[in-house]
Design a protein. Structure first.
Length: 123
């Protein structure tokens, strides 16, 4: 199985569309993913992008490790991830959160917990 086929197999195992993978990889069109999946050779930069988007290591896509490139995925977490990908505001929040420092995360957590408490008080 070549690298493109491995990327396709991983994407399909996650139940992800080419459009969703393209969005996660920062591509505007699914045709970029289609080209990637039909490639026999892929740059290391694109392998890293694909692995990050697919939630696996680059070495698993390159067959450099013993484990399967399609580890089991928590279905609830997968569903939440797909909901985030489908919502532009949530994707911006997720992207910002990936580069946030500890203080930013603590502040966001405090705000979310306050909103949760407020929501519980409303009938």
């Amino acid at each position: 199985m070549n690298i493109g086929e491995k990327i396709r197999a991983r994407r399909e195992a996650l139940g992800m569309t080419q459009d969703e993978l393209a969005h996660l990889m920062g591509y505007q069109y699914r045709s970029s993913v289609n080209k990637l999946e039909n490639s026999k050779e892929v740059s290391l930069k694109r392998v890293r992008k694909a692995a990050d988007a697919l939630g696996c290591s680059p070495s698993s896509l390159l067959n450099l490790e013993q484990s399967s490139p399609t580890p089991s995925v928590n279905r609830k977490a997968e569903k939440i991830g797909l909901e985030i990908m489908a919502n532009d505001d949530l994707m911006r929040l997720y992207t910002a959160g990936r580069s946030a420092d500890t203080k930013d995360i603590a502040m966001a957590y405090t705000v979310l917990m306050a909103l949760k408490r407020k929501d519980k008080k409303q009938p």
